[in-house]
Write a protein that binds this ligand. Sequence first.
Ligand code: UDP
Ligand code: MG
Length: 193
Amino acid sequence: MSQYNVVFVLGGPGAGKGTQCENIVRDYGFVHLSAGDLLREERQRPSSEFGEEIEGHIKNGTIVPVQITCSLLRRAMEESGEKKFLIDGFPRNKDNLDGWNNAMKGVADVRMVLFFNCSEQVCVDRCLNRGKTSGRSDDNLESLKKRIHTYNSSTMPIIDHYRTLSLVQEMNGEKSPDEVYGDVKGALDGLNL
Ligand code: UDP
Ligand code: MG
């Protein structure tokens, strides 16, 4: 038994990861760690040596090297003093997966992968809508096209990898937030955590 239990939350940009994570935290007592939020925080830290590198990747929809992301995740896990984590938006590619496995073997067990499946068109529409108020440098059409490309080419294979391990619970992310959450509860209730 490892020290930590983890549920990964994956899906395209705008698939509903953050929204559903808020619901889960309220009802199931997980700590929510959004890899994207941790990277945006690190980017803002005046003394960070990685700020520019992170911003370059975020704007371009490419993926920050795993050493950076995994260290931020691990530190947040340690500092929380808790044991159950919802890790949102990670792992996004093979580099992320390998880095996580190397660093976290025997430390954290991945118990489930919640996958919000959502069509490209719905993802784009939601992010463009969010972009009106989010202030995010990547909620614009140009960045979105690149994010979706990265998602299709690099993240889908990771979801498929976890499918072969029978860890994926796939949700239709196009339903209303309440309906999706009903499905999420169905999946999480089967998990003894
Ligand atoms: N990102 C990354 N590694 C991660 C998570 C995020 O490099 O593990 C970067 C990547 O450039 C991505 C951006 O952060 O496009 C925004 O990620 P976030 O998860 O916030 O976007 P979402 O999918 O929630 O819209
Ligand atoms: Mg998010």
